[in-house]
Design a protein around this ligand. Sequence first.
Ligand code: 2NL
Length: 344
Amino acid sequence: MSNVLEERILQLGEEIAALTAGSRGEAEQLRLKYLSKKGLVSVLFDEFKGVPAPMKREVGQLLNELKNKAQEKITALAAGFVKEEAGSASTLDLTRPTDNFRPGALHPLSIVKNRIVEIFGRLGFTVTEGPEIEDDWHNFSALNFAPDHPARDMQDTFFIATDPEILLRTHTSSVQIRVMEKTPPPIRMIFPGRVFRNEVISARAHCIFHQVEGLYIDKNVSFADLKQTLMFYAQEMFGEGTRIRLRPSFFPFTEPSGEMDISCNICGGSGCNICKHTGWVEVLGCGMIDPNVLENCGIDSKIYTGFAFGMGIERSAMLKYRVRDLRLFFENDLRFLRQFTGAV
Ligand code: 2NL
C-alpha cells in the first residue's frame, strides 16, 4: 500500500512540475485543484494516515516535499501574472485627461527686465551677463572711483572677509569693464543682473536688487544720441505720452552725468504722492563715459566716445505696477506673485 502511495506522490510531483497557466485565473484554478482542502495533494495526506508506522518517516518526507514544491510552483505561476498586469499598458488609461494645473507667472522683476531687453534690442543692443563676485579693479578702480570713495567702505559694500580685493558687485558696470577690456568698439550692449549693497532693508531699500545698465561706444557718439535713445526707451516703457527731463548729477565714471525723470504716469503730472507732487519721477542715471574709464580699458578716448546709463529694475517695476513696498519682490509670497499671471 505504501509503495503505491509513494508511486502516486512521485507521479503527482512530475505532473505539478510540468504545470503551466495562461492567466492569473488559471493559476488560481490550479491552486484549488491541487492545494485546497479537497485538492489532490490534500487527498494524499488523508491516505498517509493509513501508512504503517515503520514507513511513515520516509513517505511523510516525500509528501511534505510534494506539498512545498506544489505551493512554490503555483505561487510562482500566479506571481508572473501580477507583475505583468501591473506593468502592462492595459491597466493604464492613457486617454484620461490630466489633473487641472494652474499656470505660473513670471516674476514682476523678470517681466520688467524682459521688456527692457526687448526695447533696447530693437535699437540693436545685445545682452551680456557677468560674475556677481568681483574684484576691486572691475567694480571700482577701472570705473574711476577715487581710492577713498565712500562706496568702497565696508559700510556700503559686501567684501569677502579673507580678501579685501574680492567683493559682491555693487553695480553691473563691472561687466561693462570686462567687455570693454576685450572688445574693440563699436559696442552696443545692455547688462542686466543682480547687485548687492549693504543697506538696511526697508520699503525703499534692500541689500539685493536688480539693475540694467547700458553702453554705447563708437566714433562720434554724442549727448544727443544719449538723449534720443533714453527718450525712445521712456516712451516705449511708460507710454507714448511720456515726457523726459535730464538733471545734472555726478558719477565717478561719467562726465557729464545726469539723472533722468519721466513725467509721472500716475497723476499725469498734476501731482501725487508717487511723484511727491512734483509731476516727475526719477527712473535712471546716465552720462558720457569718462575718458579715464575708456583709457583704463585700453580704448582710445581721442577716437571713441560713448554714453552709459543704469537703472534699478525694482524701481521701474514699482512704478509700472504701483508696488508700494520693495520687500514684496523678495518674499516670494504667492498672493503677491499670482497677481502677475498673464501680466505684460
Ligand atoms: C544709476 C546710475 C549709471 C552708468 C551707470 C557706466 C558704466 C560704465 C561706464 C560708465 Cl562701464 N557708466 N554706467 C553710468 C551712469 C549711471 O547708473 O542710478 N543706476 C541705478
